[in-house]
Design a protein around this ligand. Structure first.
Ligand SMILES: Cc1cc2nc3c(=O)[nH]c(=O)nc-3n(C[C@H](O)[C@H](O)[C@H](O)COP(=O)(O)O)c2cc1C
Length: 188
């Protein structure tokens, strides 16, 4: 930790530091002015206010979705599950049709709602801040759907996709005897 005062932080340093932090993985969807589906993977998603319900997302200014958000298009935030890793990879790739093979239906505003997400939060953008190389979009949450699945969350940590067990699951595992754990594993 010596001579840190003289060092100038870079984007690579930020990436390295945030790589130490397990981040839940989200998918953000909306549509463009021609009604085409747009989507991207994001971890920079935070709850902001409960009353009124608001959240924020930080999006690279050059991402395709940025122009729709700047234009005020409603958007949908999905909390992805460990079973949706392939979707997270697709939406993070610069491919032609990100939604091919991705199970979803369209909402009234033309954004894709991905089936089997842990939670789906529909939002109206209320403030946009151009900040560095990202835009910070604060959205008013207009609808929340949870409970479609009890699959564990998809998490990004140390540059890789992973997941976490709930405290209840972890406690169940530690209180079980090795014999009953073996028996359960045989039947799963
Ligand atoms: C795990 C993960 C998290 C990401 N988080 C963000 C994020 O919070 N904000 C962002 O702008 N890009 C993020 N990205 C990168 C975008 O998903 C990626 O650049 C995407 O291709 C942008 O969409 P576009 O190609 O349609 O412009 C993330 C990528 C991954 C794999």
């Amino acid at each position: 930790m010596a001579d840190t005062a003289e060092r100038v932080a870079t984007g690579t340093d930020i990436r390295k530091a945030f790589g130490l932090r397990p981040e839940p993985v989200c998918a953000i969807t909306t549509c463009d002015e021609w009604g085409e589906r747009i989507g991207m993977t994001a971890t920079a998603v935070t709850s902001v206010s409960l009353d009124p319900p608001m959240l924020l997302v930080c999006v690279n200014s050059k991402a395709l979705i940025a122009s729709s958000l700047r234009a005020g298009m409603p958007f949908v935030v999905h909390f992805l599950t460990a079973e949706q890793e392939e979707i997270a990879r697709r939406l993070a790739s610069p491919i032609e049709d990100k939604f091919q093979g991705v199970s979803h239906r369209m909402n009234a505003t033309g954004a894709a709602r991905l089936d089997e997400a842990g939670a789906i939060l529909e939002c109206e953008p209320s403030q946009i801040h151009e900040t560095g190389d990202h835009i910070v979009v604060i959205g008013q949450v207009t609808r929340v759907d949870v409970g479609a699945t009890d699959a564990p969350p998809l998490v990004f940590h140390g540059g890789a996709f992973t997941t976490v067990r709930s405290a209840r699951e972890a406690a169940q595992q530690t209180t079980q005897s090795p014999a009953s754990r073996r028996q359960e594993a045989r039947h799963s």
